[in-house]
Design a binder for this molecule. Sequence first.
Ligand SMILES: NC(=O)c1ccc[n+]([C@@H]2O[C@H](COP(=O)([O-])OP(=O)(O)OC[C@H]3O[C@@H](n4cnc5c(N)ncnc54)[C@H](O)[C@@H]3O)[C@@H](O)[C@H]2O)c1
Ligand SMILES: N[C@H](CO)Cc1c[nH]c[nH+]1
Ligand SMILES: [Zn+2]
Length: 435
Amino acid sequence: MVRILRLSEMTSEELASIKRRAELDIEQALAVAKEVIDEIRADGDQGVIKYVRKFDFPGATAENLKVTEAEFAAAREQVEPEIKAAIEQAYRNIKEVHERQMPEEVQLAEIDGGVFAGEKVTPIASAGLYVPRGKGSFPSVMLMLSVPAVVAGVEKVVVCTPPDKNGTVEPASLVAAELAGVKDIYKLGGIQAIAGMAIGTETVPKVDKITGPCNVYGSAAKRLLYGTVDVGLPAGPSESIILTDETTDPRIAALDLLVEAEHGPDSAGLLVTHSEDLAKAASKHADDYMEKLPDWRKNFCQTGLSSYGGIILTSSLEESIDFLNEYAPEHLEVLVQDPLSVLGKIKNAGEILLGPYTPIPTANYCIGVNAILPTGGFARSYSAVSVYDFLKRTGIGYLTQEGFARLGHTAQTLAEHEDFPAHAMAIRERKNLLP
Ligand SMILES: NC(=O)c1ccc[n+]([C@@H]2O[C@H](COP(=O)([O-])OP(=O)(O)OC[C@H]3O[C@@H](n4cnc5c(N)ncnc54)[C@H](O)[C@@H]3O)[C@@H](O)[C@H]2O)c1
Ligand SMILES: N[C@H](CO)Cc1c[nH]c[nH+]1
Ligand SMILES: [Zn+2]
């Protein structure tokens, strides 16, 4: 049975472990990440190729690291029409959502007589997208990263994604990339991908920003390369909370508890409820549904649900909401009787999905909201991937003579107070230099 943890009886260590998720495991990956990064810094392509061969594609060479036009053509042929149609529908919604996010290129307003303030947005010049491939194929992630980057207007979009041992990139991911307008794809996974794009080699372009979810190895590389490159939002092992009450169908709750738990042994699936009956029924149904999964996914669920996940039994809906706000889940499903009634009380979640007709997979794939979300508690301060991950906002200020007359003295006063004499002089002397 999926474990039921009564919140009031959990020790502080148990609670801390649940809230920390799998982030702790990154420590064991840091050593190998440092070794790989150092060799890629020193040896460029040869460093990259050594580790692509070691971890993914034994036949890797500098000549076959980049996906060719022929491989795109082969992918178009291989991908079933039904899969293509699904990718196209998902693409349309994701594109619609992200185009709606785009701000005006320049905004400037006169906020006081002669005082103009605003901002302009500029796409970053180059972005490196990481599309994972270890414990699943992710054409959906390809779309969720490529579409906002292209909509934002990034000139150079580079993708790294692990190849299989024969050097093949998952065909549906290539179809998705081509649909989104991205063709610079490199057969790199894990540490070597992050390091290759952060440092740049003879074959792998150096980029200004890397973003995309990855496992503990890629996450370790991002942590070590923070400062060399912008490593984007912390998107690690998947996690979710299913918030329920006594009215929730325990079968629906059990089904949805398994969704993110199946991503990997380090994924966290939590069901949070104040109904003991619901908890017990959902635990039983989850066991039954797990039997329907292939062994490797069932094992992921069982491992995750018994270490980072399970069913949290609280004393009230308010306590459930307090717990989820503290936990800050990547995915939050709200299956209580009146989902909209709790929306205003939810402060920390990567996404909020309302009601029984909005299971997490609909958002993972095709509602259009971005499914690349902060994990490990970072939903307290990070947002889902959006066009803003690929745009810079630059402030614009403009004072007319009237505006300067209005603000000059204030600026000089504060400059003198903060003991910056050149700041103060730049204002004071203008009165003698300008009409
Ligand atoms: N937060 C999000 O928005 C989001 C979205 C999708 C997926 N995810 C998560 O992303 C993660 C993807 O992980 P994954 O493993 O499936 O794919 P991955 O692409 O991150 O990792 C696979 C790569 O890891 C490297 N690797 C494997 N074993 C290694 C070792 N022993 N030493 C060094 N490198 C090694 C290989 O190069 C391989 O290509 C999952 O945890 C999934 O839950 C998160
Ligand atoms: N749930 C993942 C984010 O944690 C997104 C995804 C893609 N494919 C399946 N799931
Ligand atoms: Zn998922």
